[in-house]
Design a protein around this ligand. Structure first.
Ligand SMILES: Cc1cc2nc3c(=O)[nH]c(=O)nc-3n(C[C@H](O)[C@H](O)[C@H](O)COP(=O)(O)OP(=O)(O)OC[C@H]3O[C@@H](n4cnc5c(N)ncnc54)[C@H](O)[C@@H]3O)c2cc1C
Length: 386
């Protein structure tokens, strides 16, 4: 397991480092750097196999408590794991929505039966999950959810539309926020349901992105069904559970993400030096700023980890999303005219540039983060709400 008793953090780091170096070889060697936002289509089956391999070694869900089948790793060890994982160039996880979002949600809010039924299948990568929150009329304003579910005998019957549902086309299950109390409004009367995707009442339509790939989807529920027991928390109290899930979205993985950013920036800096683009003052200046900001971001993320202070998570999201979007812009400056041609397909920098436009939208848009900071940290007047 990831938390052999008596192991120091340095020993833990060395063990993870060695394990990744040894195991990202042979059939998995080609997976280094694969997957992630804008590139989820890459080596999909192979990445599932890789994650099952991690699970067999006890290296999936290391932050879950041991009594829930996880590794019981400390926060420091989780940070170390994510750092080493990113440093090794290990592939982006296809099961992250289950492992990082739903798993912790079930551990906090789920029944014993739900934990027994769902957690092992998430950890062992036997079932993949997607997140059914956003709708055409409910994004930033999630409380406007209009998908409905009603109890019919011993099943919930669900109707409505979700949108931007990442990885729904490969998911076995979806955690869905639905309105279960007719006539209720805003955050009252919502429930958090676990819904199987492979059934006649569920239709998944891929959305083609700017990058030309399709990793998110529209999901239509038309009389879809799930067992009455598949509600997390009390029926009608789903808002609290849904907000709990969002809090997990900003966990320790952020620090691993920054090691990935560092690798991207190093590769771009090397490219700028090789091509002579770094001789242009605007490129050199942008790269220097990016390196400095990366350090600021890391210092902030470390501070945010141990802090429940309002606003730290929002500042962290603003910092990384804007930084990464700018990195895409710097990449286009470095590439110059060559960056304007897709020959024959988008290259990694073009894909990065296009996909990072979305970084400042998902996980809470820039404007929403700023609203929260303005109202809850700076005490500025609240905006008018319906
Ligand atoms: C790559 C990607 C993956 C995603 N994956 C998922 C997923 O798996 N599951 C899921 O449920 N959703 C997913 N989403 C959806 C995401 O959560 C929403 O896009 C996000 O919440 C914004 O909602 P919206 O798109 O409806 O935009 P809107 O909420 O309509 O916002 C439009 C614009 O108005 C601004 N705005 C809105 N309200 C305010 C306000 N009160 N004050 C100031 N400005 C405001 C926003 O900042 C934005 O610029 C994904 C999105 C992206 C880009």
């Amino acid at each position: 397991m990831a938390t052999a008793s008596g192991e120091t953090d340095a020993e833990f780091r060395a063990r993870i480092h060695d394990w990744l170096a040894t195991n990202l070889s042979g059939e998995f060697a080609g997976l280094r750097g694969a997957g992630g936002p804008g590139r989820e289509h890459e080596f999909f089956d192979e990445r599932v196999a890789w994650e099952r391999h991690l699970a067999a070694a006890g290296l999936n869900c290391i932050g879950w408590p041991a009594e829930n089948g996880g590794g019981g790793a400390s926060i420091a060890q989780q940070v170390i794991f994510h750092e080493e994982y990113a440093r090794a160039g290990a592939p982006a996880k296809v099961s992250h929505l289950g492992q990082e979002l739903l798993g912790p949600t079930l551990i906090s809010f789920g029944s014993d039966e739900q934990k027994t039924r769902f957690l092992p299948a998430i950890r062992d990568v036997r079932e993949l999950w997607c997140q059914g929150y956003s709708e055409p009329g409910a994004g930033s304003d999630l409380a406007n959810v209009s998908t409905t579910a009603r109890l019919e005998g011993d099943e919930w019957v669900i109707s409505g539309q979700k949108v931007w549902t990442s990885l729904a086309h490969v998911a076995d299950w979806c955690f869905v926020v639905a309105r279960t109390e007719p006539g209720s409004a805003r955050h009252k009367g919502l429930s958090y349901l676990l819904v199987p995707m492979d059934q006649p009442g569920v239709e998944v339509r891929p959305i083609v992105q700017l990058t030309g790939t399709s990793e998110f989807n529209e999901v239509f529920f038309d009389g879809a069904r799930t067992a009455a027991a598949n509600v997390v928390g009390e029926p009608g109290q789903g808002w609290r559970v849904a907000m709990g899930t969002l809090a997990f979205e900003r966990g320790v993985a952020t620090l691993g993400q920054q090691i990935g950013f560092r690798r991207e920036l190093q590769t771009l800096t090397d490219l700028a030096l090789d091509t002579g683009a770094a001789d242009r003052p605007e490129v050199a200046d942008a790269l220097r700023r990016a390196w400095t900001e990366l350090d600021v971001m890391r210092a902030h993320a470390l501070r945010a980890l141990g802090s429940a202070e309002t606003g730290t998570a929002e500042v962290a999201k603003l910092l990384w999303a804007n930084w990464h979007r700018r990195l895409g812009e710097i990449a286009m400056t470095v590439r110059g005219a060559a960056g304007l041609l897709a020959d024959p397909e988008l290259d990694e920098w073009q894909r990065l540039y296009l996909f990072t436009r979305a970084d400042t939208i998902y996980g809470g848009s820039n404007e929403i983060q700023r609203n929260i900071i303005a109202e809850r940290v700076l005490g500025l007047p609240r905006e008018a709400r319906p």
